[in-house]
Design a protein around this ligand. Structure first.
Ligand code: GTP
Ligand code: ZN
Length: 326
């Protein structure tokens, strides 16, 4: 009897999975049976091939996941990765990002309890950068701490210049956040994802080369997520993910949405009706907290915590609630 071996899925292509053993060796495996529901980041138990059966193994079992970061439209579920510690949403001064796509990615992460950091790249393109920074005001602003905690921004937003020698103003902070964690990098095309990966992992090409040759005849394209080690001994990994056009949230119930928008959720406890949807009900504390105007910035720079709900965030809530109810 051959023994089940532990491993982790670090890349995939169709029904071919690259499984890495604890000693770092990598091997192509196929899932047992018809279904192939393993995703990058999964811990698996696999069997080596029987003598004379080639050199590809078979995945026998997927270990229970800590989390699964995915999007879902009407038709299909697209998994980005499993068992991650955090998501880095990378945006840039150019191309101009969609706040709706950003908000959706954040909701999907919150739904799985996965912490998020936002990176804003291309600090050197100053005017568009300033505009993008302003568009992120609702994400940067300090919220008063709850239960005695210190005030903190809704999400950390880091200023980056990934093609510069020092990586930009907050690059040291990014490095710190990455340490010891598995971070999924998510972002639209052209924001600098490859620049980041190549900067962090000079041997990125080497880590994927042997595998890509087998998987897709030598050409490494980001059609699925790839797991890269920054420091294997410290458990520090960065996962490069494929770009996406639309971030579907069909897996989230409309009533679950508020829980996934923490700046809104913090107000959603005192409404008159226990099952308030915060859309039209009288006595809704959420709607009462929405700011009429843009309001004071209250970002981390001025150090003033600011509790109201940004009008743009409530508008996103309304739009998503309607979409998920439809
Ligand atoms: N001005 C400026 N350009 C940058 C910076 N970082 C990356 N770029 C440029 O932005 C462009 C896109 O960078 P990539 O790293 O290829 O972006 P990507 O997100 O991997 O994009 P795809 O390959 O399309 O998925 C390249 O021309 C980079 O040289 C930066 O800090 N400032
Ligand atoms: Zn309400």
């Amino acid at each position: 009897m051959m023994e089940l071996q532990p491993g982790r899925i670090v890349n995939s292509h169709g029904r071919h999975y690259v499984v890495e053993s604890p000693d770092g060796t990598r091997r192509i495996c196929h899932p047992r049976g018809k279904k192939s529901q393993a995703v990058v980041g999964d811990e698996v138990l696999w069997l080596p091939p029987r003598p004379g059966q080639g050199d590809e193994g078979s995945i026998e079992k997927i270990v229970e996941r800590r989390n699964l970061f995915y999007r879902q439209d009407e038709i299909r579920t697209k998994a980005f990765a499993a068992n991650i510690d955090q998501v880095l949403v990378l945006l840039a001064a150019e191309p101009v990002f969609s706040e709706s796509q950003l908000a959706r990615a954040l909701v999907a992460a919150e739904a799985q309890g996965i912490p998020v950091i936002i990176g804003l790249n291309k600090e050197d393109v100053t005017v568009p950068f300033a505009q993008a920074w302003q568009r992120l005001a609702a994400y940067r602003r300090l919220l008063p701490g709850q239960d005695g905690a210190a005030a903190a921004p809704l999400y950390p937003v880091l200023r980056l210049q990934l093609d510069a020698p020092d990586g930009g103003t907050d690059f040291p902070q990014l490095r710190q956040t990455l340490a010891g964690r598995a971070t999924l990098v998510l972002g639209p095309s052209g924001v600098g994802k490859s620049t980041l990966i190549n900067r962090l992992i000079p041997d990125a090409a080497v880590q994927t080369a042997a595998i890509s040759t087998v998987l897709n005849s030598g050409k490494h394209t980001t059609t699925t997520t790839t797991w890269y080690w920054l420091a294997r001994e410290q458990g520090c990994a960065v996962l490069d993910s494929p770009g996406f056009q639309e971030f579907g949230l069909r897996h989230i119930a409309p009533t679950e949405l508020v829980r996934c928008m923490p700046d809104i959720a913090r107000h959603a406890t005192g409404c008159r009706f226990y099952n308030c949807t915060h859309i039209h009900e009288p006595g809704c504390v959420v709607r009462a907290a929405v700011e009429e105007e843009a309001g004071p910035d209250g970002d981390e720079a001025d150090g003033v915590p600011h509790d109201g709900i940004a009008a743009s965030r409530y508008a996103l809530y309304q739009a998503l609630f309607a979409e998920l109810s439809g």
